[in-house]
Design a binder for this molecule. Sequence first.
Ligand SMILES: [Fe+2]
Ligand SMILES: [Fe+2]
Length: 383
Amino acid sequence: MSLHRSAILIVDDDPGVRDVVARCLQREHYRVLVAGGIVEARKQLAHDDVIIALVDITLANGESGLDLLNELHQSRPDVDVIMMTANSDVTSAVDALQKGAYDYLCKPFPFQVLAAAVKRAVDRNRFAERAQMLDQIDAQRAASEEHLQQFLMSLASVIDAKSRFTSQHSRRVSGLSRLLAEALGMSSDHCDLIALGGRLHDIGKIGTPDAILDKPGALTADEYGIIKEHPALGDELIAPIKDLAVLRPMIRWHHESLDGKGYPDGLPGHQVPNEAWVVKTADYWEAITSQRPYREPMALGKAVRVLRGESGSRIPAHIVETFIEAIQGHPLAVAPSAPTARPAVEADIDLARSVKVIRRSAAQLASLEGDRHQHSQQGGAGA
Ligand SMILES: [Fe+2]
Ligand SMILES: [Fe+2]
């Protein structure tokens, strides 16, 4: 409700008073409606966007402005009522205030007094309207945070339900990713995001047949081709949720490689963001140190040597070295001996906190993209 659309209703049985008050308010650029009695006032109120009513206490035909005040108080609490009264009727005016009138004016009133009273009421009305809008925005935000929490919960549950191996794998990758992010000195929000990215990095595997995931032997070229579809599939799955854009690089690019021979996009190494390197490293370590249906876990010393073999060729060297240092003596370095019973999703994801971090990061991302767009436009104009 904006001021130019909203109106002030004058209810007075004296046409002379209606006319003078209306002209005064129109000079102040208010939109004005008039009514001679309660029935006419009801019609105006039903068809127009009235925010203030100036109501004479004593109306013709035995009607009382106090009755209209009562009616408005019940049915239209958004309308602020200013009573108008003769000087001799101050007791009724005070009574009106007690019954919920916003203000009263004693006739005859100078124009400035009328204008000031109406302005106060309009300001109050607009303030109340703004407060109500903020309440609604807060309620909508809370509802959308709840939806996002439920969506994250569903994603994590889908991974858990896929197989005992994917459940244990994603939980350990999440822990190892956080460990590495912390060792790299990333902020606490960034570490939370990376832990969540690690937990969801293989979400695209819901499209990979169990027979391939759990195959107790070497994969054929075709089967390997199907496995390689999971990062792009996972990315497609979360792409429609705009707030989750901050997780997409970790889901889509955790199998990219420094030499540009990774998948699904074969990105040159310098285009792969740090978060994706962190999840890739944690993922790689988890895979070689855990039990699979077709092989035993690698011993720690051998796993360190194998990971170092990737350093500088497939994974940036400083990421590999920081990771190896961070896992020394850490319980996550070694996989549990066998897949255990699945803990609840909430055991390793603080959903409410995750949603708040995602929201903050999404806002930062939007502002970075805005800056980038502005810079590119400025650059284009200068070229
Ligand atoms: Fe993967
Ligand atoms: Fe993985």
